[in-house]
Design a binder for this molecule. Structure first.
Ligand code: NAD
Length: 501
């Protein structure tokens, strides 16, 4: 029977796994279209227990020497590397990512763990000797308390690793709420963190839906919230968290444009665009979904190159490492992406390559969508205005670089962008002025390395601080500035009624 063979995913609360909650929800394997598992959705009790466990663990953890916290994080990295194959398999089963892509995701996550391992250096603070007569002043970065993280389906292993390794390394305790669509890898990885030596309650995982999120956002014991997901939810998370007095960073969706100038190395640009638009089925917040070609001749050359190269694209099950990318996450999402392409056609776009009928003959019920190329897309079309989050690349034609840049600046999103050119002056002009948070020059996916921070502009990020890197240290700590004097016979003053200067 189906129920007896299904695996179950629960929660990790106070060091214990638990299989309970308000209901269970099916977890699909998008490569086969079959529900292979079920996830328990936390009810009020599970969320409250997780917050309480994190709160109890906080006093001792905040007082643990940073170097000892860092050693656990370093051991966590060792365990992540040792268990990479298992994690890659879990990502593949529930998300559909091919092993090379899932491993890339995991490695990027591990880089964040590695950076968090330098926390004694990152928390050193600032010191001013003799700020006044016999007075010394220093600033410390103190942890906040219980921090919550809410993560999306598309990087089920990496995005949680953007958050809790640094939050915990800084002395906070954490409650993670992964995506209910592919929760297994996040839970498995959290168990490794405990195995690395985290005391019980320091890291807790609750699986759940919007009710669990609502509870995390409104419970006074949660001091800060990191969110990554779609823009409408990010916006609402940010305002609810703020209304409840919490620090919040909420990263949202994207519509990343690449500009191709006529002088670009077209072979390089088209290959780069194919990887950036169709890799991971376009389900990346940094995916390039619009290529703006400057000049009709440039556009014609680009479309021809893309069309030729797209003939070699291989879409299929996650289990075949020869595939370039796997299925979309769900049937509902497949229908949504199809509807965007249907709508684009109706609104006048030219469907140069059509991925709507893609399939893997071995798995006829999988949610496969082939690489799709839409030419002569204009700004009034829905496929241009909204995030499709599928393997669909729109070509927009523009007369000049300034016109192309104006398109990007006028878009509501500002996550990533890229310019393909051989002209250094144009590249400098572009990177200096463009209203986007992460910019590539001949680099289509300019995802910052772990020692920088990741964040878009405009409606791609709500909050002041970006994810991971140095901004994460600031987000997960609060500054305390201490001014100290030790009265002695040489430094002694009477009452002062004016502000010292
Ligand atoms: P989503 O917004 O649907 O879900 C994200 C998280 O929010 C999940 O944990 C989900 O359970 C929860 N959630 C969903 N609806 C909610 C609601 N009404 N109230 C409270 N919580 C809710 O996003 P997704 O579909 O899982 O992920 C894809 C989106 O994430 C895309 O828009 C993508 O661009 C974005 N994303 C952004 C970044 C970035 O760094 N900016 C990175 C990865 C993904």
């Amino acid at each position: 029977m189906k129920e007896t063979t299904m695996y179950e995913i629960g929660h990790l609360i106070n060091g214990e796994t638990s299989l309970q909650g308000k209901a269970k929800q099916d977890i699909y394997n998008p490569s086969t279209g079959q529900a292979d598992g079920q996830v328990w959705l936390a009810g009020e009790t599970e969320v409250a227990d997780a917050i309480a466990a994190a709160e109890r663990a906080f006093p001792a953890w905040r007082n643990t020497e940073p170097v000892k916290r860092a050693r656990i994080i370093q051991q966590f990295k060792v365990l992540l590397e040792a268990n990479a194959d298992r994690i890659v398999e879990l990502i593949g089963q529930e998300h559909g990512k091919i092993s090379h892509d899932a491993l890339g995701e995991l490695k990027r996550g591990i880089e964040n763990v590695e950076y968090a391992g330098y926390v004694p250096e990152l928390l050193k603070g600032e010191y001013s000797k003799n700020a006044g007569p016999g007075i010394d002043t220093w600033s410390e970065m103190q942890p906040l308390g219980v921090v919550a993280g809410i993560t999306p389906f598309n990087f089920p292993a990496m995005v949680p690793l953007w958050m809790y390794p640094m939050a915990i390394a800084c002395g906070n305790t954490f409650v993670l709420k992964p995506s209910e669509q592919d929760p297994a890898s996040a839970l498995f990885i959290a168990q490794l963190a405990l195995e690395a030596g985290l005391p019980e309650g320091v890291l807790n995982v609750v699986n759940g839906d919007k009710d669990a999120v609502g509870q995390l956002l409104t419970d006074d014991r949660v001091k800060a919230v990191s969110f990554v997901g779609s823009t409408p939810i990010a916006k609402s998370i940010y305002s609810t968290a703020n209304a409840h007095g919490k620090r919040c960073q909420a990263l949202g969706g994207a519509k990343n444009h690449a500009i191709v100038l006529p002088d670009a190395d077209m072979d390089n640009a088209s290959s780069a665009l194919i990887g950036a638009a169709f890799g991971s089925s376009g389900e990346r917040c940094m995916a390039i979904s619009v290529a703006v070609a400057v000049g009709d001749e440039c556009a014609d050359r680009l479309v021809a190159e893309l069309q030729t190269k797209m003939k070699d694209l291989k879409v299929g099950a996650y289990s075949n490492p020869d595939n370039d990318f796997g299925p979309l996450i769900s049937k509902a999402h497949h229908e949504k992406v199809s509807a965007y392409v249907d709508g684009a056609e109706t609104q006048g776009a030219v469907v140069v390559v059509d991925g709507r009928q893609a399939s893997d003959p071995q798995y006829p019920d999988g949610y496969y969508f082939g690489g799709t190329l839409l030419d002569r897309v204009t700004t009034g079309m829905t496929c241009y205005q909204e995030e499709i989050f599928g393997p669909v690349l729109c070509i927009v034609r523009c007369p000049t670089l300034d016109d192309a840049m104006a398109l990007i600046d006028d878009h509501i999103y500002g996550n990533g962008t890229c310019l393909f050119t051989r002209d250094g002056e144009a590249a400098r002009y572009f990177s200096d002025r463009i209203q986007v948070g992460m910019v590539g020059i001949n680099v289509p996916l300019p995802v910052p390395i772990a020692s920088h921070s990741f964040g878009g502009w405009k409606q791609s990020l709500f909050g002041d601080l970006s994810a991971y890197g140095p901004d994460a240290v600031r987000f997960y700590t609060q500054r305390k500035t201490i001014t100290q004097r030790w009265p002695s016979s040489s430094v002694r003053e009477g009452a002062s009624f004016s502000f010292p200067s």
